[in-house]
Design a protein around this ligand. Sequence first.
Ligand code: HEM
Length: 466
Amino acid sequence: MSVVFSDQPQSQLPISSNRKIPPGPRGKPIIGNLHDFRKDILTTLESAAREYGEIVHFKVGPREIFLLNDPYYIQHVLQTNHHNYRKGWALVRTKILLGEGLLTSEGDFWLHQRRLIQPAFHRKRIAAFGQMMTDCTSEMMEAWQPYIESGQPLNLTEEMMNLTLNVVCQTLFSTHITDAERAVVKDAMEVVLLFGLKNVTRPPFMEKLPTLGNQQARKAIHQLDKIVYRIIQERRAHPQDDEKSDLFTMLMSVQDEDTGESMDDRQVRDEIMTLFLAGHETTANTLAWTFYLLSENPTMTDALWAELDRVLDGQVPAVENLSNLPYTQAVLQESMRLYPPAWVISRQAINDDEIGGYPIPMGSAVIVSPYVMHRNPNYWEKPEQFNPTRFLDDSRPWRPPFSYFPFGGGARQCIGMNFAMMEAQLILATVAQKYQLHLVPTTKVEPEALLTLRPRNGLPMTIEWR
Ligand code: HEM
C-alpha cells in the first residue's frame, strides 16, 4: 500500500489534540490501521468511505493518510492544486527500475520530458499501430484452436498479459528484439514487478540486503538493461536504418525546441522501461475483467455482438471503425469503472494544505481510489451492476469530472490513455466478434489489489465459436 513518511521538513500545523482531524477507523496502538491495510485494502478503503464520508483519516505507524472520496477534493489534489503534491512513496520505490522516467520523475524535469514525449501519443500517430494490434490478436486466437476443440480452459489473465506484452514489444522495438529476448523481457519484468511490490511494504534498507529475491531482481534489471542499451547503441550507430516508426525511434529522435538537445542513453532507457511497465499489465487486466463481466452478463454480450456484426460485418476491425463502435467502448469503460486497474493513486503533500475544512499536514499521504469512487452510490446508481449503457451519450446523466477517473487526471493523467483505449477496443472487437468465453463454473472471482487490480488466481475460461 502506498504510504508516505519521510525525512521531510516538519509541518507548520499543530500536532496537538486541537488539530481538526477527519473521522476514520480507530486503529491499534502504535501500528494504527496497518493490519486492516495489509489484510484487505480494498474492503478497508471502501467500507471506511461509506462509513466516514468524503474524507477519512488513517494512521499507519507514525504516518498519516487521508483518503478522499469527493470528486472535488480529488480534483483539488490531482488538478487544481497539483503543484503542492508529489508522487506517493510507493511509486518512488519503483525508481530502482524506472529511474527518472515519466511515471516517477517530478517538477520541471518531468514537465520537460512530458512535453517531449506527448506528441508520440497523439491519436494520429498511435493509429499506425492498429493493424499490428489486431495481427497480434489473430495470432493469439490461432493458438487457441486446440483449446476450442478440446474444451480445455485456459487462463485468460495470462493470455491477455502475453498479448499486451507482445503489443508493447512491437510498439517500442518493432522488429529489433528477438523472440529469445522477448522471453527474457517477460520473465525479467515479472521478477521486477514482484520485487517492486515487496518494496512497497518494507523499509528501504531491505531492498539492499543480499537476499535471493533481491539478487534475482538485480539480475533481472541487468538483463533488461542489456537488451535496451543494445538497441540504443545499434540505433545510434545506424540511424539511417530507422525506417520503422516505433516509439523507440521517436524517443531517440525528439529534440528540445529551445536547446536542440535530445535525450541521453540513460533517459531513453528510463522512458522505455516506464512505457514497458505502465503499458501492458493495466490494459491486460482491463481486458481480462471485461471478458469475465461479459461471460456473466449475456444480455450485454448480445448487445455487443449486435454492434460488432452491424459495423464490421465479419471484417477484422480497423482504427477507422472505432468511432462507430460506441457500445464496445462503453463495455470497456464500464469494466474499468468496476475494476479500475490503477485502483489507487497516491500523493504526498509538499506543504501544508486544507481539504474540506481539514488541515493536511506537509509530508502526509493523500490517496484517491478510482475503485472506491467508481462504486460510490452518490454518483453511480446500483453501483455493483455491470451496465455499459451508463456511458452511452443518450442515457448519461451529468457527473462531476473526478467521479470517474481510471486514467487519473490533471497534469499527470495517463499519457497512454488513447493508446490503451484503442488497443483494448481493437482486441475486444477482434475476439468477441468470433468467440464466446465462459468462466469455468465454481471459479471464485475476486479482485486482488497488487500494483494493478488483478483477478486473484487468474481467470480459467473456456472458449467456443459464437
Ligand atoms: C487501461 C490501461 C491503463 C490504465 C488504467 C492506466 C492508468 C494510469 C494512471 C491512473 C496514471 C496516473 C498515475 C498517477 O497520477 O499517479 C497513469 C500514468 C501513466 N501511464 Fe497509464 N494506464 C494505462 C495504460 C497505459 C499505457 C498503454 C501506457 C503507455 C504505452 C501508459 C503509460 C503511462 C505513463 C508513462 C504514465 C505517467 C504519466 C505522467 O506522469 O506524465 N499507460 N496511467
